[in-house]
Design a protein around this ligand. Structure first.
Ligand SMILES: CC(C)(COP(=O)(O)OP(=O)(O)OC[C@H]1O[C@@H](n2cnc3c(N)ncnc32)[C@H](O)[C@@H]1OP(=O)(O)O)[C@@H](O)C(=O)NCCC(=O)NCCS
Length: 170
């Protein structure tokens, strides 16, 4: 993998819905992606993708309101989710750039608080968030469900830390 990989980050469009499935690996989330895209058009979410050589190599989504697992339920809180980078592009700073770009977007929208949920066993992602200034402030059983592209329901149980960061001013 070249160390001088050139990638850029932009907001996703309808044309990216297929690419977000990573050639079938994430087809199970098709309905979730479609719903996220609909919400993005209504200004409720922001979907960021990183692209290299016209291929989607990473993504981070922002929900522009807080989540049920947030004990404080404060306004102007953004929730980061669906964060991932293709395996062969990891450890090159793309994930860090995606989180930073999401924070920049939230600052532009005058949001000052960011949350992210991380599976308790996902130590690598947690280390990345801690390096970027996030701190654990709540726990959640991480129980949720979704309907996949074949219309089957999946229940997920993933005990999670909720991490928080207060953004500095402009
Ligand atoms: C979590 C995830 C998105 C991080 O993406 P990434 O692009 O690898 O992130 P970065 O490259 O910015 O940072 C990862 C590590 O590489 C290091 N790094 C950053 N730039 C680097 C570079 N140019 N050269 C070498 N290492 C670098 C970082 O310091 C970091 O080190 P750390 O593990 O000690 O914290 C990615 O691992 C992933 O998709 N994981 C699977 C899905 C997942 O767990 N998502 C999070 C759900 S909460």
């Amino acid at each position: 993998m070249p160390s001088d990989l050139s990638f850029h980050i932009r907001e996703a469009t309808d044309a990216d819905l297929v690419g977000l499935e990573w050639e079938g690996e994430y087809s199970r989330y098709r309905h979730l992606y479609q719903k996220s895209m609909q919400d993005a058009k209504k200004g409720r979410r922001v979907l960021l993708v990183s692209e290299a050589a016209e291929k989607l190599i990473g993504q981070i989504f922002i929900q522009l309101n807080t989540i049920p697992a947030d004990p404080l339920k404060l306004p102007a809180t953004g929730y980061l989710y669906s964060f991932r980078v293709r395996p062969k592009y990891r450890n090159m700073g793309i994930g860090t750039s995606l989180v930073r770009r999401a924070e920049e977007k939230l600052r532009q929208l005058a949001f000052r608080r960011v949350l992210i949920g991380v599976a308790k066993e996902n130590k690598g992602a947690r280390r990345l968030y801690e390096r970027l200034g996030y701190k654990i402030f709540a726990e959640d059983p991480g129980k949720w469900s979704f309907i996949d592209d074949q219309n089957s329901e999946h229940v997920v149980n993933e005990p999670t830390y909720i991490m928080e960061k207060i953004l500095s001013g402009p």
